[in-house]
Structure formats: C-alpha cells, structure tokens
Design a protein. Sequence first.
Length: 316
Amino acid sequence: MWAIERGGVMREGELRPTTAALRLSDMDRDGAEVSVMYGPTDPMAIEDAELRRACYEAYNDWLREFCAAQPTRLLGVAQLSMEDPQAARDELERLAKRGGLRHVNILASRANPPVYDNRWEPFWALAEEVAIPIGFHLAVLVQKTRLDEANRGAANLVVTTASRYAQEPPGMQLLEPMTGLIFNGVLDRHPRVKIVMAEAGLAWVPSMIQGLDIWYQRTKEGRRLTGDGPITLPKLAPSEYFHRQIWISFVDDTLGAKMVGNVLDADKIMFGSDYPHPASTWPDSQKVIAEARRNLSPEIRQKVFRDNARALFGVE
C-alpha cells in the first residue's frame, strides 16, 4: 500500500508526489523541511542508446522545472545512466555546467558495466572535479526479482519472504558495488568523491565493514584467500573509506540508529522518509524519529536528522 493511500490522500487521477503544492503540503504534514527526491527506482529499459539518453535528459529537465516551484525545499536528484558510463558522464557534465545541481543517482546494483569497472573512470574523474555527491539508491527490481524466483512454489510464502528479507536486507544489493569501488582502487584514485548509499539501512552495515576489513587485513598479512596470483590492495582499510567519503541514509531502523556514534560515523548518517513509497514512514515520520532519537545524544540527533544532509547537499 502506498504511503499516500495509508495517509488517506490518494485520489484517482491526482499525481500528488509530482504536484509541487501537494508534495509541499505532505512535507508540512510530516514535519519535513526539505525533500531530497530520488527518481525512478526501476531501470529505464530502453535498448536504443540515443533514445535512452534523451529520456534521461528529459527527466532531469522536468525535475529542474518541478523543483523551481520551491527550490529551497525541493531538492531533485538527477538520474544518470547505469548502462552507459559515457552517457552518465556526459549528462553529469551537462547538468553541472547548467548549475544548481546538488545530487545525482545511479542504480549501481544494476549497472552494467559495474560502477568500479575501468570504463567508468572518466565519470569518476568528473564527479570528483564537480564535487557533486553520487547517490546509489536501491533498485527495486533487484530484490523483487530475487524474491519472485526464490518463492516460486514455496509452501508458506509468508515464512519464505520474511526469512529471506531478514537474511538479505534490501541494502545488501550495494555490497558488491561498494566493495568494487574500494578494492578496485576507485576511491584511492578519487579521494574527494562523495558516495551516498541511499535508503540502504544501517544495522547490516557494521557487519559488512568488519568483513571487508578482516579480509583486507588477512590478505595484507599473507593469509591469502584468493590463490597465488598477483593482487593489489587498496591503500587504506575499507572502514577508512566509509569514514572519509561514504554516507548512508536509512528509513526505519531503530537498531541501526543505536549504532550511530559508536560503530557508525555520526557525520555520515542521514534519515529519509522514503515518501511516497510503500515502505515510507510518511505521514508518521515524527513517531519513527522519536523512537530512533531515544538512544542518541542531542548533538548526534541534530546531525542525523538535519545537519548532515544540509552540509552534504549544500542546503542553507
């Protein structure tokens, strides 16, 4: 069920999230000062490369017009190609030259070639040059497709889907892209690039970071797990890249929020409501925030629910 349906404001023929006045009204209802708006979470499955480029450009141009209704509160996230590194670079350059761009997104878990492939190197060089944060929002189809395949013929669909969700939180689809950026040297070559793991959740992340650190350290000490061939390790332990240039946002993660300020860097965590999607906390985000805030100091609360996003995206 979509959040606007749960909130009692879904009306036939009314495109509420993409009508500026209505979206702003919903933000007021939820206590949101600014909305960082990610675009389609499904890939643009268009075979014709030129048509696909034109569609990305058209969406990003429309987004700019939409945000002009209230630019201090509506922060649009431009969508970049996941299939064509050169097209993604060209569109980033076009938007950056035009000005006003605060954030862009790539569906990294579906990117082909992977975002850590050398064919993306010109993109990462430009991303560092223009200093615009690069988002990796979750791609809905990744988890949906895996669940459909796993559940086909399941005796108890509820048990199967619940256990699979617990075993593999949606944010884990970013494990390979993030590992690739670190171990393929992308973040070494571009230390000023800023990555956002958008709506990835928190509680699973420390285990991921620890696992990468352990593998890194064991390999560095000669306790190889990859055969005897040559291998090049990143300059830093994986956890250091998270401290330096990786931000993470969450929606509803009470356990993960307890980790902020100890095992998770308080300067790199941000809250988002995921409006208007079914998983959204809207229109009850304040209740969710109140629960998450209980175990956080006032200073960390201010960072997680306001200041970190304002600093990253340049919101005054």
